[in-house]
Design a protein around this ligand. Sequence first.
Ligand SMILES: NC(=O)c1ccc[n+]([C@@H]2O[C@H](COP(=O)([O-])OP(=O)(O)OC[C@H]3O[C@@H](n4cnc5c(N)ncnc54)[C@H](O)[C@@H]3O)[C@@H](O)[C@H]2O)c1
Ligand SMILES: *[C@@H]1O[C@H](CO)[C@@H](O)[C@H](O)[C@H]1NC(C)=O
Ligand SMILES: *[C@@H]1O[C@H](CO)[C@@H](O)[C@H](O)[C@H]1NC(C)=O
Ligand SMILES: *[C@@H]1O[C@H](CO)[C@@H](O)[C@H](O)[C@H]1NC(C)=O
Length: 338
Amino acid sequence: MSDVESLPPPLSEKRHLHNPLGLALQLTVLFVELFISMLVSLYHIFVPLPQKDITGQVVLITGTGRGIGRELAKEFARKGCKVACAEIQPNLNAETIELVNKLVPDSCKGYQVDVGSLDSVRALKKQVLSDLGSVDILVNNAGIIAGGSLTTDLDPLLIENLTKVNFLSHIWMCKTFLPEMIARNNGHIVCIASMSAISGLANACLYTSCKWAITGLMESLREELRLNPKNKIKTSVVCPYFVNTSAEYVNNWTCRVPELSAERCAKDIVRGTRENQVIFSIPREQYFAACFMKIVPQNVRDRFYDIFKSKVNNIRVDEKKHFASYKILAGEFNAKTK
Ligand SMILES: NC(=O)c1ccc[n+]([C@@H]2O[C@H](COP(=O)([O-])OP(=O)(O)OC[C@H]3O[C@@H](n4cnc5c(N)ncnc54)[C@H](O)[C@@H]3O)[C@@H](O)[C@H]2O)c1
Ligand SMILES: *[C@@H]1O[C@H](CO)[C@@H](O)[C@H](O)[C@H]1NC(C)=O
Ligand SMILES: *[C@@H]1O[C@H](CO)[C@@H](O)[C@H](O)[C@H]1NC(C)=O
Ligand SMILES: *[C@@H]1O[C@H](CO)[C@@H](O)[C@H](O)[C@H]1NC(C)=O
């Protein structure tokens, strides 16, 4: 302790608002802009936003073995994209690739990856780059749907492994694929979060905290990109409501509003991406409801959650050793790293 220098005392300089007149003017302009933008938004309730052309673009999607990822691969192929399907389970991915290539011949190629491992993600980049060229749209979809409560005795190693797949993976993917995008000043990163990234969910704190983290990561990344006034790289965060991708999931939750189908979810993700939406939910109105509920008094907010309560069983991954998700966490699908 004696080696540590003590911190300097705080500056005693008087704090004052910097340039108050300028600030008043900036805020006035801001409110005018708000008013105009709200009118434009109202207009777009009736007239859909234009969607950018993505024909011929290279789209890399993770977690394409089943569920939303598989439907996304189909939907992007239908829109004329070259699709790279990256998945940890090769047998499932092979089915997806066959389906997609049947739908649109020669539109899709498969890769094995563990998105939770930086080495594996780097190997993926090398392969995709040499096969298809630079990635135009990166969709970080892979994730493990698992309950988990801090009040039960979860294996700390399992918590770490889950965080790798559900959160660190987004950092590895962005970090690995951004340099190319920045060099070309072109690209779009889409992350699949969840409606549970905007509110809390009992028995799912591990899952939801990763989803909250993704939205923070993407908001900060977007701010960083905005430091370059000429930036053309887009970011999107998608917050889907419950999706019926598997009976195993649906049987373990109860929700008042019915689940979405994976097809519908994928269609909406592609549309939101083509509209360059920065953050949106599926269905769209849920995002506004959830944000509004953040500014009402807490008792009203609690009541709202009681009315629309989604109950998730505490599906403990460590009790379900036969579930694919557990096998992924335990490292049973070793992806190549060279
Ligand atoms: N199903 C829902 O209710 C729902 C709701 C909101 C958001 N989401 C999110 O959408 C995404 C897809 O969900 P889904 O329902 O299609 O899930 P899913 O379990 O049906 O499919 C996920 C796919 O990702 C793969 N995967 C898992 N770990 C991987 C890893 N380390 N590396 C590479 N691939 C890996 C799995 O093998 C599987 O094929 C997830 O991020 C999920 O959190 C799902
Ligand atoms: C999900 O729901 C749709 C209808 O909304 C249905 O066609 C589909 O089979 C369901 N999928 C699963 C896995 O239950
Ligand atoms: C979760 O779903 C599985 C598969 O349908 C079922 O066997 C299991 O009992 C469910 N678990 C809980 C805790 O409800
Ligand atoms: C976590 O991952 C490591 C490395 O893949 C593995 O050895 C370990 O068994 C995993 N632990 C659990 C509890 O899943």
